[in-house]
Design a binder for this molecule. Structure first.
Ligand code: NAD
Ligand code: WQD
Length: 342
């Protein structure tokens, strides 16, 4: 079975992708420095797939360790690079941490593969679009000036990857631009493990519903949207994980679009914050305590993806709807209440 390296594989999206790679007949190998995840996730993955994935703990910013590891693993035919720092607010407060971590890890991986051919899937983000001029946003929409160092690391990483694919013959690269990943595996054994106070909407909703947080503040209800709250394209993390399997398969087959390609990974549907709250209340049966507060600096008003390219060329489409996103997120929060992993 083809060995696929999953960097950041004990993290939120990486752990779900390890499961889906295994289900698709691949052998996933995880590298993670556990800077934003927990070793317990390995046991949780084992409970889902029945085997404990091969795991190597080190920092991908360590050039020698990364090169030595890659040289010791000649059977790896593809890799999915999730490992990065991803908190927008933290990146504004500590930009050097973000530029260091997100660029050195990427460049060390690329340099470790200067000779051997490699299928390389990269975690990008719809954040590169900023506030799109037209919706739904397509992959050919202009990349706009990032509004945070984190967003800048994704934009520059895409440029690094595009130029690398053009300059060297051995890289076959796909960047997946995620919209808003939410939810958890149906087993409720893996899910999002926010560090401290959640920055993202869904974990804040579920922690409020379970009583860990007193109330949710909706950041602004005076936007130019039908109900005044911001609109996002929420995608179930399991659908997102499956998109990575599809990307590996496309690279193995040979991507007719060339050595570097980009795909939107979303549902193509936009939900407002208030609609997301209503969907959570319906799916969970829990009334949510929320209030309205001021707008959050840097928030995009509305963004949702045109996912037709992913459907026709990546041979992937999201299958799970908002109800499953919300019910799985709630099941995971209840599991964590009974089984604190962190
Ligand atoms: P996460 O923090 O849960 O997972 C990232 C993992 O990478 C963690 O386990 C962390 O320990 C590891 N890691 C970080 N730096 C490392 C390093 N130098 N060496 C080794 N391991 C390292 O984040 P996530 O939500 O799973 O996101 C995964 C990827 O997807 C990131 O690149 C992120 O920017 C991108 N992304 C996430 C979202 C989202 O909303 N979650 C949206 C768009 C894009
Ligand atoms: C969604 C909506 C908030 C929390 C961020 C990053 C992006 C990507 C995904 C990494 C917004 C509102 C939120 C709360 C709220 N991460 N909200 N109260 O901002 O779309 O994207 O995470 O790649 O790069 O920017 O996601 O979940 O933070 O917010 O009202 O307590 O929920 O204003 O409208 P966002 P989010």
């Amino acid at each position: 079975m083809s060995k696929i390296l999953v960097t950041g594989g004990t993290g939120y999206i990486g752990s779900h992708t390890v499961v889906e790679l295994f289900n698709a007949g691949y052998t996933p190998i995880i590298v993670d420095n556990l800077s934003n995840s927990n070793i317990e996730i390995l046991s949780q993955i084992e409970r889902i797939i029945g085997i404990r994935p091969e795991f190597h703990q080190f920092d991908l910013c360590d050039e020698n360790k990364t090169r030595e590891f890659i040289q010791s693993q000649p059977e790896i035919s593809g890799l999915i690079h999730f490992a990065a720092s991803k908190a927008v607010g933290e990146s504004v407060a500590d930009p050097l941490k973000y530029y260091y971590n997100n660029f050195f890890s990427l460049i060390n991986l690329l340099n470790a593969y200067r000779e051997a051919p490699i299928n390389f899937v990269f975690s990008s983000s719809c954040t590169v679009y900023g506030e799109p001029d037209t919706l739904p946003v397509t992959e050919s929409a202009p990349v706009k000036k990032a509004t945070s160092p984190y967003g800048n690391t994704k934009q520059i990483a895409e440029e690094i990857l595009s130029e690398t694919a053009a300059a060297y013959s051995n890289y076959n690269i796909i960047a997946l631009r995620y919209f808003n990943p939410v939810g958890a595996h149906s087993s409720a054994l893996i899910g999002e493990l926010p560090n401290g106070v959640p920055q993202n909407l869904l974990p804040f909703i579920t922690q409020t519903a379970i009583g860990k947080r007193e109330k949710l503040t909706v950041f602004g209800n005076d936007y130019d949207t039908p109900d005044g709250s911001c609109i996002r394209d929420y995608i179930h993390v399991v659908d997102l994980a499956k998109a990575h399997v599809a990307a590996i398969k496309l690279l193995e087959k040979g991507n007719p679009n060339g050595k570097y390609d980009v795909f939107n990974v979303g549902t193509g549907n936009g939900y407002s914050v208030l609609e997301a709250i209503a969907a959570f209340e319906k799916a969970s049966g829990q009334k949510l305590n929320y209030t309205f507060g001021p707008r959050r600096e840097g928030d995009i008003i509305k963004v949702w993806g045109d996912v037709s390219k992913s459907s026709t060329q990546l041979n992937w489409s999201a299958e799970l709807g908002i109800d499953e996103m919300m019910s799985s997120a709630w099941a995971w929060e209840k599991y964590l209440e009974e089984n604190p992993i962190i």
